[in-house]
Design a protein around this ligand. Sequence first.
Ligand code: URA
Length: 439
Amino acid sequence: MKTVPSPAVPPDPSPFLSLIESKRDGRELSPESIAGFVRDFTSGAIPDYQMSAMLMAIYFAGMTPAETRALTLAMRDSGEVLTFPDDPRPIVDKHSTGGVGDKVSLPLAPLLAALDFRVPMISGRGLGITGGTLDKLESIPGFTTQLDPARLVEQVQRIGVAMAGQTDTMIPADKKLYALRDVTGTVPSIPLITASILSKKLAESLNALVMDVKFGAAAFMPAEPEARRLADSIASLAEACGVRTAVLISDMNTPLGRSAGNWLEIQESMECLENKGPEDLRQLVVECAAQLLILTSGARDLADARTRAIDCLASGKPRRKWNELLAAQGADLDAFQRRLRLDHTAAHLVEVPATRDGMVSRCDARVIGEVVRDLGGGRLTKESIIDPAVGIDRLAKPGDVVRPGDILCRIHAATEAGALAAQARVAEAFEVSDLTSDG
Ligand code: URA
């Protein structure tokens, strides 16, 4: 006898519909109902069209702190949560809301491991003009960013640090919700951003977190007050969930450091680990480490914490830790060292010269980010293929004095046409002003 499969029972949309209506009308949802709809959406029982309506209702009506907490915990619990053996070394991480040239995680992770923290750093990819740590790491020959939770925990226990991407088994609710927010205009919502970021951080079982919330032309939050509201939302919820949290608010009108582009940022990060390189990058790396030392009682006060971070950077230990990290995650160290010594790895290199005397008064991070993205260093869509070699380096920054012919930046491109197009556009990023009489 032939068996006929019974037709799938369509999900009953009515209970979730009443929750959407409640949120639309500004009522508070209970923690149980939030946990229920996160579970049902993750399993596929709630269709995207209904969740889109809920996200838009949250976008307009907002969420109370209790609702945001329930959403965050439900998202964390949608997948595997890392568990670490008891150990005196605190478990810490940093998160940045992202920007152009923001490579802080690369030198910071080995610095923290050298300071005797455990650092299970789970990072993301770049989208649009903001770069992503995973894309930068993948420009290293052989380096894998795919570690399953057991391997990640083992590596952190053994060498103090792992840098990897989110696995399919961790925080699946965030993956699905973020993809939907991206196409429904619901990304810039403080409760939704808070839940998205913190669900991932809580799944790392952290003791302490430092958040770098950026504002400015190339940041997620253009204005400082909005950045502060997001920072407060994240910090108060993280503390309520038992994670000691410090927040830095930093400017993203100008790129961080003097290079933007995946491999170029690895090169600049190595300079930082060798106690050289741009001062703004070094200061932010030291500040993040110092905040974590304070939060975990590893320092008397901020001055002492900064001194410890600076001394550690100067000791060379974080640079050696970086090599341990590369070896643990499959990188070819000889090929890496050889590539580090190259002046450029892209096929075409052009310079952008200054045309007048003066002081650089603007180096626009948004324009620089757009040019790097269009050279192939960033993504226009999630499917875009990244070219690790392209980007911009030797950026002149506000305060630099230039003469005609001095370099404002160099462009690394895959094609000559791409290099010339970028050269014309990038000039718009700079403003050179008259020197004052005492300048
Ligand atoms: N980064 C995240 O991980 N989630 C957001 O919602 C925004 C930025």
